[in-house]
Design a protein around this ligand. Structure first.
Ligand SMILES: Nc1ncnc2c1ncn2[C@@H]1O[C@H](COP(=O)(O)OP(=O)(O)O)[C@@H](O)[C@H]1O
Ligand SMILES: Cc1ncc(COP(=O)(O)OP(=O)(O)O)c(N)n1
Length: 259
């Protein structure tokens, strides 16, 4: 059986809703083979992140070497990267092994408010990782940090995407999940601007939506689908996973992945 191989480089979420666990579930749902490089272990559940343990850079490098020298992935997705040393190690490994179809989810702070990327890691992210990416997927808050402007509406999203894509060759997806009125996402490159429209689903259980979207995009790219169609299909996947209305835990519960 010829199966596509997907790698997630991200943090572990003990509650299984976000991070590595959400990524692998999404990969399986797309019938691709999932592999992982774990950057950090979080103790978290539906009510929030309790603590974080960052793995030593050497261990991260060893995980990358093990994967790339034996089963080179057809696409890669990055999530929680914690600090500049980890970002530099990952960028160096991706460059050396010519990692392609890279989707960067620039995870900074969990929706529950816990910092998942140190403040001094921003320039490493922009200078080392973004140039390797085919698609980056900031949420509204991350797009504000990356563009330096406030985002309150769809016009602000376009301005931010323009600013962010100045320093990129690839595509930017600004996720609108935290907008008040709707959940439209913006897919933007230097030559094109497309809206992915969606009504806000009235469901508090949206833990891991960002991880799921970026993993679904990476799965589609690995399957040989172009960027635009990959993002549209991924948006549909997340939408239906939220719509399932799984209700686990006391706080913001996870999504239901379709196998
Ligand atoms: N309540 C919702 N209804 C419909 N789509 C949603 C909802 N919340 C998030 N999304 C979608 O989920 C994806 C992830 O977005 P978002 O929640 O903004 O990312 P993050 O988890 O990184 O903060 C986007 O496609 C967004 O539009
Ligand atoms: C280990 C880990 N990685 C990433 C996140 C953030 O996940 P995201 O999909 O952005 O979802 P929420 O923060 O909105 O739940 C995380 N919480 N943990």
């Amino acid at each position: 059986m010829n199966i596509k191989k997907l790698l997630t480089i991200a943090g572990s979420d003990s509650s299984g809703g976000a991070g590595i666990q959400a990524d692998i579930k999404t990969f399986s749902a797309h019938k691709v083979y999932g592999m992982s490089v774990i950057t950090a272990v979080t103790a978290q559940n539906t009510t929030g992140v309790k603590s974080v343990y960052e793995l030593p850079v050497e261990m991260i490098r060893n995980q990358m070497e093990s994967v790339f020298t034996d089963m080179p992935p057809d696409a890669i997705k990055t999530g929680m990267l914690s600090n500049p040393e980890i970002i530099e190690c990952i960028s160096e490994g991706l460059l050396r092994h010519k990692g392609s179809n890279l989707v960067v989810d620039p995870v900074m702070v969990s929706t529950s408010g816990h910092r998942l990327l140190s403040e001094d890691a921003l320039s490493a992210l922009k200078d080392h990782l973004f140039p390797l990416a085919r698609v980056i997927t900031p949420n509204i808050y991350e797009a504000e940090i990356l563009s330096g402007g406030k985002i309150s509406n769809k016009k602000d999203m376009v301005d931010a995407a323009m600013e962010i894509s100045n320093k990129l060759d690839g595509w930017v997806v600004i996720k609108g999940g935290h907008l008040k009125e709707c959940c439209d996402d913006l897919l933007y490159s230097k030559d094109e601007k497309l809206w992915l429209k969606a009504r806000k689903i009235n469901n508090k259980n949206t833990h891991g939506t960002g991880c799921t979207l970026s993993s679904a995009i990476a799965s589609n790219l690995a399957l040989g689908i172009g960027v635009k169609k990959s993002v549209f299909k991924a948006k549909r996947y997340v939408n239906s996973a939220i719509r399932e209305g799984l209700d686990l835990g006391e706080g913001r519960g996870p999504l239901l992945h379709h196998f």
